[in-house]
Design a protein around this ligand. Structure first.
Ligand code: DGL
Length: 261
């Protein structure tokens, strides 16, 4: 049986990339809900409708686990999904906890880049309230990075001016850790690292999510049976055109070349 990986678009591939490294003997259904992208600019109730449509589709395809490889979808719907489906469901949330733990002793701050919806949602606020006792965490929405990723535009000449513009109000030397709290953002990790002073740690929750999935499948004795094959869907339609498939393959290759990702 396949593992389903779900996102609004190509961002979930940053998680899929980690999962395939940890679990090479699995097959995957990758579902990008591009008809309703960007999730990060939409309210929770609207998102829930789209997310349930997508998960109904995936569950009908006999999957052994679902990875919600989207911080925004996780914050909007993970609890409701777990109530409604009996398969294991793994979500992703901004890696605020490890960031605060590693940054506090350095007397530095944490910058959390995510979507507007993630940063607005109660789930995020509860997380920060629980962990950020010394007011170290600053939020920053970065919607255009989602657009650039969806256009497969990784050209630093397009990405850097946007990053610089958004970061203008911040003193970058204050930050010890930058959290990439949207799965689209690790696609630009190498470029983001260039913008911050040397030594700033840029982290995301992709590997943690992959490890969580691995532990869950092992506990259920459900690992193996595949060879890394991926079938791609866009909002319920199988992706078969060679140009899009080539873009996906190139993106997975790009993720291989980004250090530490
Ligand atoms: N990749 C998604 C996330 O992790 C959101 C992108 C979007 O706005 O659709 O939050």
């Amino acid at each position: 049986m396949n593992i389903a990986v779900f996102d609004s678009g190509v961002g979930g591939m940053t998680v899929l990339h980690q999962i395939r490294k940890l679990l090479p003997n699995e097959n995957f259904l990758y579902y990008a809900d591009t008809a309703h992208l960007p999730y990060g600019e939409k309210p929770k109730d609207e998102l829930k409708k789209y997310i349930f449509e997508a998960v109904d589709f995936l569950v009908a395809h006999e999957i052994k686990a679902l990875v919600v490889a989207c911080n925004t979808a996780t914050s909007a719907a993970i609890e409701d999904l777990r109530k409604n489906y009996s398969i294991p469901i793994i979500g992703i949330e901004p890696a605020v906890k490890p960031a605060v733990i590693e940054t506090e002793p350095k007397k530095k701050k944490v910058l959390v880049m995510a979507t507007r919806t993630t940063l607005k949602e109660e789930k995020y606020h509860r997380l920060v309230e629980r962990i950020d006792k010394h007011d170290l965490v600053d939020p920053l929405p970065m919607p255009k990075l989602v657009e650039l990723a969806e256009a497969f535009d990784f050209d630093p000449e397009h990405v850097i001016p946007y990053l610089k513009e958004q970061l203008k109000p911040f003193d970058l030397t204050q930050y010890g850790t930058v959290v990439l709290g949207c799965t689209h953002f690790p696609i630009f990790k190498d470029i983001i690292e260039q913008i911050f002073p040397k030594g700033t740690h840029v982290i995301d929750g992709g590997l943690g999510t992959a490890m969580n999935l691995k532990r869950t499948l092992e506990r259920l004795h459900q690992t193996g049976g595949g060879n890394g094959k991926i079938i791609f869907y866009k909002s319920g339609v199988k992706v078969e055109d060679s140009e899009t498939l080539k873009h996906y393959a190139d993106l997975l290759e790009r993720l291989d070349t980004i250090s530490g990702s």
